[in-house]
Structures are given as C-alpha cells and as structure tokens.
Design a protein. Structure first.
Length: 402
C-alpha cells in the first residue's frame, strides 16, 4: 500500500500555452490590444467560419434581436472592450455585435461536452481539474486547418499591481468559462443538454443573464468562495448549465446545476458539495444530471466514478487530479485543453490536447517514486465511435461537413 505523501513537486511541461496580462486600470478599449494583434491572422480566419455558422443558423433579424438582448445583460465595461477590439481588427467580420455574439456561444446553443473534477486532500485543500471538450475548425490562408488548441492561452488580470485572476481564453473571447481568483475560488462551466437557444433568448428578454461576461464581473468583484457560490446559485441565468467551483478554504467545493431563469425544477439536482463529515471528498460533473441514470451514449461519468472508487483520499494531490482528468475515461478526441488549479496555493496549469501533463514526483516514506504522467493516450475504437456524432455535429454547424 502507498504511504502518505510527504512532498509533492510539479515540473513544467515541455511546452506551455502563451500567457498575456490584462491590467484592469487600462481603458477597456485598449485592454485586449496585445492579444488581438498577436492572433490577428487566426482572428480573421475564425471570423469567416463564425459568420458562416451564424448565418446558417440565424436570420439577420434574429441576430439583431440576440445582440440587443445580450447587450442589455452585459456590463458596459465589457461592451467597451468589444468596441476596442472591433477598431483593432477593422473588419466587417468582427463588429462589436459579432464579438458580443462570439462571447456567448453557449447561449446561442453551440455544442460542447466537458468534464470537471473536484478532489479534496485530507487537510481540506481542494484541487480542480477540467477538460474543455469543444471544437471550432477554421481554415487559415495557407490552407491549414486550425482549432481551439492552436489559439488557447492563459490570461492574467491585474488590479493595483496585484494579479487577481487567471483564466484560460481564446482570441476575441474575453468572458470566463475556466478561471481562478487567486486565494479565492475557481470556476468552470459545463453544458447541460437541455440548452436551447430559443428558450434562452426568451429568458434573456425577461432579464436572465448570459454567463461568460457576468461571471467575469463576479470574479473581478467577489474574492471568496462562499459569497460567490451564494451569488451564483441565486442568480437568474439565460441557459441551463453546470457550474463547478472550488474554494481556497478547507473542503470548499461545489457543483451547481442551473435551470433556465428561475425555473428551479423538482428533478434538478441540489447543490453538490464536498463534505468531510460525510466522506464526500470528490465531485465529478460531465454533461448529465448526477441524480439520473447517465445516457447510454456517454459513459464518461460512470466509468470515471468506477475508477475513483478504487482510489483513496490520501492519494489526492495535483498529480492525482492530472491523472484522473486525463484518464481515458474522460480525455477524448474533442478535448481542446486540460486545466488544473488549486485556489488555496495559487497553482494552475493549462495544456492543450497534444501536450502531456506535467511530470509529478512523490517522495514517500521510502524510496523516491517517480510517476511520469506524460502518457500518449490512444483512443480506443469504442471512444472514436462514441464521438462520431458530436464531431459530425460540429462539422455540420460550421459548414465543414454533411
């Protein structure tokens, strides 16, 4: 049997995603200038695919209606950021309204999958692991095809000389779907299959909020897990979804299943929490309600729960979470990036699909044991068959397949 860990070390991966700094004292129109210029070739290529997708799915009148509703639900500061990015790109593909819509792909019912894991160490430190399972294929001018892993980067938000937030982002997308408030809390958003753009729009007309920009506002203004959880769970959101959160305090971890607006359906799972007194030291959320049988076409949750059942809490550290979130039961052909973060320590790391997790060394009460999790995971035929349908759906929505 393995002994209790005395020391845990992480080595940086061979390659790291780019990192950018956003200073919140800077005028909103100027904040994203460096990022926008850095990714300009990709941004213009992305615009072609994004505009084609929009007009395949919505009429011009519907897009105007969406822009009006979303602009009413987004803080003015962020609308100013969109206008600044519009000026820098200077292309009809990326007006401020286009950028607004791009930042709310989920409310527009763009299909994603995703998985999130919270695991608590015996001392109460909660570690958050996340797979972003999403694809956005677009052609570059040289004929090559790019996707989210080609443009994934880390962004650090600064205020008064202090780094307050780290987030994983893509060009032109400046809201939050994967982020950590330093010494505060983490946030991850996952798809719930009851997402429906028509119903989301109607909810927005009644004052329900889109999540990405409003979540960034909450993370910029709320430093602690408890206040954030209360605010998030009580808010009215446009779309049904899952919010996964870890805190800097002992055993702070929760999964909130969101209904559209203020529906609060009787069949919706209550808030799931890590609870030391009940022996609940981990929470797993994929894309189905945990109080219902998993769908036959998606075995990720039951397979991973079976794997976790063979583990013990004394094994938990960042390396453990890397191993679990990159296990073949969760890691799949659609995983754009994987992220692990610990709000209590400030640790965070982002790797894209083709990269390996950082090596982790565990010094035990015996000889030094090296566990190298740089695994070249080959998807089985079963996994590839499983993901045929969502892959085909992405291609259809983007006009790249039948």
């Amino acid at each position: 049997m393995m002994c209790r860990n005395l020391l845990f070390l992480l080595a940086m991966p061979a390659a790291a995603v780019p990192s950018f700094d956003i200073h919140l004292e800077t005028a909103p129109e100027l904040r994203w200038a460096e990022v926008t210029k850095y990714y300009m070739k990709d941004i213009l290529a992305m615009g072609e695919t994004f505009n084609r997708t929009l007009h395949n799915k919505f009429t011009v009148e519907e897009l105007k209606e969406w822009a009006d509703v979303l602009s009413n639900g987004v803080p003015k500061e962020f609308l100013d950021e969109f206008r600044g990015m519009e000026k820098i790109v200077n292309s009809p593909l990326w007006t401020a309204d286009h950028i607004l819509l791009f930042n709310h792909l989920y409310e527009l019912e763009s299909p994603t999958m995703c998985s999130g894991l919270l695991a608590a160490q015996e001392d109460g430190t909660v570690i958050h692991g996340r797979n972003m399972d999403y694809s956005f294929l677009y052609k570059m001018p040289d004929g090559s095809t790019h996707d989210w892993p080609d443009v994934t980067y880390d962004v650090n938000f600064w205020r008064e000389g202090k780094k307050i937030i780290t987030s994983v982002a893509w060009p032109m997308s400046v809201g939050i779907h994967t982020a950590m408030r330093y010494d505060g809390w983490t946030f991850e958003q996952n798809t719930r299959t009851t997402n429906n753009h028509s119903l989301n729009l109607e909810a927005g007309k009644q004052g329900a909020l889109p999540f990405p920009m409003n979540m960034r506002h909450l993370m910029q203004t709320i430093p602690d897990f408890s206040t954030a959880l209360t605010k998030i769970a009580s808010a009215s959101w446009m779309a049904p979804q899952y919010f996964i959160m870890a805190g800097a305090g002992k055993f702070e971890g929760a999964v909130v299943t969101i209904d559209r607006a203020h529906e609060h359906l009787a069949t919706t799972p209550p808030i799931q929490r890590i609870q030391a007194n009940k022996g609940i030291w981990h929470l797993l959320q994929t894309n189905d309600d945990v109080n219902k049988p998993p769908p036959s076409f998606d075995p990720r949750r039951p397979l991973t729960e079976n794997l976790l059942a063979t583990k013990d809490q004394h094994e938990v550290n960042e390396g453990f979470v890397w191993d679990m979130i990159r296990a073949p039961t969760l890691f799949n052909p659609l995983t754009a990036f994987t992220w692990v973060a610990t709000p209590a320590t400030g640790y965070h790391e982002t790797i894209v699909h083709s990269e390996s997790p950082p090596q982790h060394l565990m010094l035990l009460e015996g000889p030094l044991t090296v566990q190298d999790s740089r695994k070249s995971i080959k998807m089985s035929d079963q996994w590839r068959q499983l993901f045929k349908r969502p892959l085909a759906r992405y291609q259809m929505l983007q006009g790249t397949g039948a």
